[in-house]
Ligand binder design. Structure first.
Ligand SMILES: Nc1ncnc2c1ncn2[C@@H]1O[C@H](COP(=O)(O)OP(=O)(O)O)[C@@H](O)[C@H]1O
Ligand SMILES: [Mg+2]
Length: 283
């Protein structure tokens, strides 16, 4: 039995190490759907691996080979291939370090109401999906249940101390800037993303998943049009299909047609290959 089952990942605790296994589960409109997207967990794990390798920040990855650990009885090692990450266990800093470079999601909603995003004043006249004058740090608390709550930088400082808060803000904006420039050269816009950090003694460690479609908004640059709802690499077909059903979003979601799963899988793989310039090994 996994020690902890998140929405998407199963986490096994080995004392000073954790094993993350990314499943193919997908969520939409805050529900985990009954059907997964085949190989989604592999795409996410490989995207994380790609970025962890490239970023100039200490991270928690020890290995991608789960067979280095005593796996629970009955575990099929083959099925874990490509979707496993063995990491150094750290003390988690209880702040979601969100960086936004574009106006989307809850940021766009808040901007329309009062010209701010997470309390940060922005220029007048921005439209949906517009690029912000510069990337902004918009932290949130990690809610055990329900939605994360946006908090101000001052509130972050009072929760974790000003020194740590300032360091995490600077590191987060630095990684976003590096990653968004890299992605943009490959035809992909990194609209926003969320980082998590841990502490190992005094050392700040980048943990969790990094710059994956589950923790970030990636948009194809060739379809990008400020003022319009952007095309979502990972969720577009699923959301569009769900909107055609009579599902009320307040009860368990319906079964996904194979065609929707297949189209979504292809988009995940396309995004992976475009970004990394690698061939997806499980095609
Ligand atoms: N290196 C690490 N050490 C300790 N905890 C970690 C590490 N990396 C990630 N975590 C924690 O593991 C948990 C992963 O849960 P997750 O799969 O994201 O489920 P959820 O659906 O609750 O978000 C998060 O609480 C994250 O902070
Ligand atoms: Mg999480």
């Amino acid at each position: 039995m996994p020690v902890r089952q998140g929405k998407v990942r199963d986490i096994y605790d080995f004392g000073d190490k954790l094993l993350f296994i990314a499943s193919d589960r997908i969520s939409a409109f805050d529900w985990v759907l009954p059907d997964g997207i085949p190989d989604k967990g592999r795409v996410l794990t490989q995207v994380s691996r790609f970025w962890f390798d490239r970023l100039d920040v200490t991270n928690h990855v020890l290995s991608l080979d789960p067979t280095t650990l005593p796996l629970p009885d009955g575990t099929n090692a083959d099925s874990l291939q490509g979707r496993s990450m063995v990491v150094r266990k750290t003390e988690v800093v209880p702040i979601e370090c969100v960086v936004r470079g574009y106006l989307a999601g809850s940021g766009w909603k808040e901007y329309q109401a009062d010209r701010t995003v997470c309390g940060i004043a922005l220029p007048d006249g921005l439209v949906q999906a517009d690029q912000l004058p510069e990337p902004i740090f918009t932290p949130a608390t990690k809610a055990e249940t329900g939605h994360d709550e946006n908090i101000s930088f001052e509130e972050t400082c009072s929760q974790i101390g000003q020194e740590l808060a300032s360091k995490l803000r600077d590191i987060s904006i630095g990684i976003y800037t590096q990653a968004s420039e890299f992605a943009r050269e490959r035809g992909i816009i990194l609209a926003d993303t969320k980082f998590e950090f841990g502490l190992d003694g005094d050392e700040i460690v980048l943990i969790d998943e990094v710059l994956t479609p589950d923790s970030s908004r990636y948009w194809p640059a060739d379809r990008y049009e400020p003022g319009q709802s952007p095309f979502s690499y990972d969720k577009q077909f699923v959301r569009d299909w769900l909107e055609t059903t009579d599902w009320d979003k307040n009860s368990p979601p319906p079964d996904m047609p194979d065609e929707i799963a297949a189209k979504t899988r292809a988009k995940y793989i396309e995004a992976f290959e475009l970004l990394t310039d690698e061939t997806f090994p499980w095609k």
